[in-house]
Design a protein around this ligand. Structure first.
Ligand code: PMP
Length: 329
């Protein structure tokens, strides 16, 4: 294991080996442990994916040194990818729907990337389309496609999940994670189900997101404020495999914000909306297990807190619910 205490050649080497911390509101007999991904150098879980994708594409020859990656991203993947690109003579261009946080766009530019904004109404679908249009006009350009590449899933199957299993001596009863690309949940599920097929796998999405359509449920798409998870068109999130998932839970903006405020005030955790949503569901799974309503192979629930609230202060993440919702318009 890398301790990060020895001198390192680049900040990219500090990606991963994040802490696993108990959610203190857990029922005493069924602890929830959260992997704190803001401890990565780009301050989110997506550093793992950005680095793994750039290294994977260079290794396979799909990307040449001197080439360009053009990727649709809500921001965190862009930060991880742009950080890796600085180390590999690769240029980075990101297509970003306008609604995503200014902080992320400032950081991507600081890391040397070019940003092309796309209309909020067109969602991630619009950003994906624009990335392909730009790549068609650019020699040596590749669209890594975090929404469909197995490199995204691998990053979590090879790093996030093994770190958790090592920390808990393999005693993991349930994995609960928000789904944006679904790379985190699918990668962790792949590792978990290989280790113990009875592991309970739970997907988290915002109310108004339609991952549940992939499981055959009728669901109306509507707007939500939780950032980094959810989809309005589940067919663009090709990684999500409902066969690996036991439950898909939806969380409202109000409940996610209430929980992230509680985590800060009571537990000292400065986490953002997708973490709030994950915590709501992970605690619900743990309480059901503690009450005997759900049987888990081990009495331990693992979730992921993907990033920190600091990235969303300009969006009023700690303001009243009404101010936060209004501010995002
Ligand atoms: N939370 C945040 C803040 C994110 O940026 C992302 C990535 N879009 C996720 C959760 C979801 O991760 P994944 O893409 O692996 O499903």
């Amino acid at each position: 294991m890398t301790t990060h205490r020895e001198p390192l050649a680049s900040v990219v080497e500090t990606v991963g080996e994040t802490p696993l911390v108990r959610v203190q509101a857990s029922p005493p007999d069924v602890p929830v442990y959260a992997k704190l991904e803001s401890f990565n150098p780009g301050a989110s879980i997506k550093d793992r994916v950005g680095v793994h994708i750039i290294e994977g594409l260079l290794e396979s020859g799909d990307l040449d040194p001197g080439g360009t990656v053009i990727e649709p991203t809500a921001g965190n993947t862009g930060i991880g990818m742009a950080m890796a690109a600085t180390q590999y003579d690769v240029d980075a261009v990101f297509t970003v729907p306008e609604k995503f946080s200014v902080e992320k766009q400032v950081l991507m530019r600081a890391l040397g990337a070019d940003i092309v904004n796309t209309p909020t109404e067109e969602g991630m679908g619009g950003a994906i389309e624009r990335a392909h249009e730009l790549a068609a006009d650019e020699p040596n350009a590749v669209v890594p496609q975090q929404f469909s590449t197995d490199l995204n899933v691998q990053a979590h199957a090879e790093t996030t999940a093994p770190e958790v299993y090592e920390a808990l001596d393999g005693e993991v009863g349930a994995i609960v994670a928000g789904c944006g690309t679904a790379g985190t949940l699918m990668g962790m599920a792949r590792y978990a189900l290989d280790t113990n097929p009875a592991t309970h796998i739970v997907a988290v999405e915002p109310e108004g997101s339609v991952f549940r359509r992939a499981a055959g449920d009728d669901a109306e798409a509507s707007e939500y404020n939780i950032e980094g998870i959810g989809t309005h068109d589940h067919t663009t999130n090709e990684l999500f495999d409902p066969e690996l998932v036991d439950e898909i839970q939806s969380v409202s903006d109000r409940d996610a914000q209430k929980e992230l405020k509680r985590l800060a005030a009571e537990e000292g955790q400065l986490v953002a909306t997708s973490s709030g949503a994950a915590s709501v569901v992970a605690l619900d799974v743990a309480r059901r297990a503690a009450d005997g309503d759900l049987s888990l192979p081990h009495d331990t629930v693992v979730t992921v807190f993907p990033d920190s609230s600091e990235r969303y202060l300009s969006k009023g993440i700690y303001d009243s619910y009404e101010e936060w919702i209004h501010g995002a318009d």
